[in-house]
Design a binder for this molecule. Structure first.
Ligand SMILES: NC(=O)C1=CN([C@@H]2O[C@H](COP(=O)(O)OP(=O)(O)OC[C@H]3O[C@@H](n4cnc5c(N)ncnc54)[C@H](O)[C@@H]3O)[C@@H](O)[C@H]2O)C=CC1
Ligand SMILES: O=C(O)[C@@H]1CCC=N1
Length: 269
C-alpha cells in the first residue's frame, strides 16, 4: 500500500489529508510532520493519521513526500531531509507556489522524481482542482498514483509545461479566495440591509452554491445563464451595469495576471 508523508500540517496539507481520509484512504498509511505540536496533533486526532515532529521520521515512513510548507521554507526543508536520510526511490510532491522543480532537486542534491501539484483548499470536501506537472525522472507508476491521490479529492489536470502551474495557480489555486471576497462583500451589504450575520451568510452561500450548480448542470455558456437572470431594464441589469462600468471584468483578469506574476517572482526570490 502506498505510504504518504505530509511535511507541514497547515491549511493545504490539512485539506488534502482530510479529503483523502474522507474518501477512504487508510489513515494508517499517512503521517504528518510539523515541528510545533498543536496543528499536527489536531490534524492527527481529527483524521486518525500518524504524526511526528520529525520530517526525517516522516520521510523514512513513506514512498511519497508531500511538501506543504510555505514556499520560502521548501529549499531548507529539502536540504535538511537529503542530508539526514536516504531519499532513494522516493517521489517528492510539492504543492508550493513559485518553487520550481529545478530548485527542489537542487535543494535535495539529487535528480529525484518531483511532481509539482497546485491544489486548492476545497480538496478538503472532495471539490478540489489540482494542476500537475512531473519532472522527467517521474515514472508512469508515480504519475498514476499521484493522479489517483489528487483525483480522490477533486478533479485534476496534467499540464504540458511547468509554466502552466503558475497559470493554474491563478485560475484555481488562489481562486477560492476571489469567490470568498465576493461573498464577504455581499454578506456585509446584506447585514447593512438588516439581515443578521447568520442570515446573510445563509443567503449568500446558498446563492453561490446555486449559481455553481447551475453552471455544473447546464451545457449552455455561462454568459447565457447570466442573461437568463437579466430582464431587460430590470434589477439585475442595473446591478451588472454597475459591476461592468466599475471594471469588474478587467479587474478579474488583472488579478489573475497578478497571481501569475507573483508566482514568477517567488521563483526568483
Ligand atoms: N492555502 C492554500 O489555499 C494553498 C496553498 N498552497 C501551497 O501550500 C503550501 C502551504 O501553504 P498553507 O498550507 O496555506 O500554509 P500554512 O502556514 O497553513 O502551513 C504550513 C505548515 O508548515 C509548518 N512548518 C513550518 N516549518 C516547517 C518545517 N521545517 N517542517 C515541517 N513543517 C513546517 C507550519 O507550522 C505550518 O503548519 C505553500 O507552499 C502554498 O504555496 C498551494 C495551493 C493552495
Ligand atoms: O497564496 C498563495 O501563495 C498560495 C498558493 C495558492 C493559494 N495559496
Amino acid at each position: 500500500m502506498t505510504k504518504l508523508a505530509f511535511i507541514g500540517a497547515g491549511n493545504m496539507n490539512g485539506a488534502i489529508i482530510s479529503g483523502l481520509v474522507n474518501k477512504g484512504f487508510s489513515p494508517k498509511n499517512i503521517i504528518v510532520a510539523n515541528p510545533s505540536a498543536p496543528k499536527r496533533e489536531a490534524l492527527s486526532q481529527q483524521c486518525s493519521v500518524l504524526n511526528t515532529h520529525s520530517n526525517i521520521e516522516a520521510v523514512d515512513f513513506a514512498d511519497y513526500i508531500i511538501l506543504g510548507v510555505k514556499p520560502y521554507l521548501i529549499a531548507q526543508v529539502c536540504a535538511d531531509i537529503s542530508s539526514n536520510t536516504s531519499i532513494a526511490n522516493k517521489c517528492f510532491v510539492s504543492v508550493a507556489a513559485g518553487c520550481t522543480i529545478e530548485q527542489i532537486q537542487q535543494a535535495l542534491n539529487s535528480k529525484q522524481p518531483v511532481i509539482r501539484v497546485m491544489p486548492n483548499t476545497p480538496s478538503q470536501l472532495g471539490f478540489g482542482v489540482s494542476g500537475l506537472f512531473a519532472s522527467d525522472e517521474v515514472n508512469d507508476e508515480q504519475k498514476q498514483q499521484t493522479s489517483e491521490l489528487m483525483e480522490s479529492v477533486g478533479i485534476i489536470k496534467w499540464l504540458n509545461s511547468e509554466a502552466g502551474i503558475d497559470h493554474i495557480t491563478a485560475v484555481s489555486g488562489s481562486a477560492p479566495a476571489y469567490f470568498f471576497l465576493f461573498m464577504e462583500a455581499m454578506q456585509n451589504k446584506a447585514i447593512e440591509y438588516g439581515f443578521t450575520e447568520q442570515e446573510s451568510r445563509a443567503l449568500v452561500q446558498q446563492t453561490a452554491l446555486g449559481a455553481a450548480q447551475m453552471v455544473i448542470n447546464n451545457d449552455m455558456p455561462i454568459s447565457q445563464l447570466r442573461q437568463n437572470v437579466t430582464s431587460k431594464g430590470g434589477t439585475t441589469q442595473a446591478a451588472l451595469t454597475t459591476l461592468i462600468e466599475g471594471g469588474l471584468e478587467q479587474l478579474v483578469t488583472d488579478a489573475m495576471d497578478s497571481a501569475v506574476k507573483r508566482a514568477q517572482e517567488m521563483a526568483k526570490e
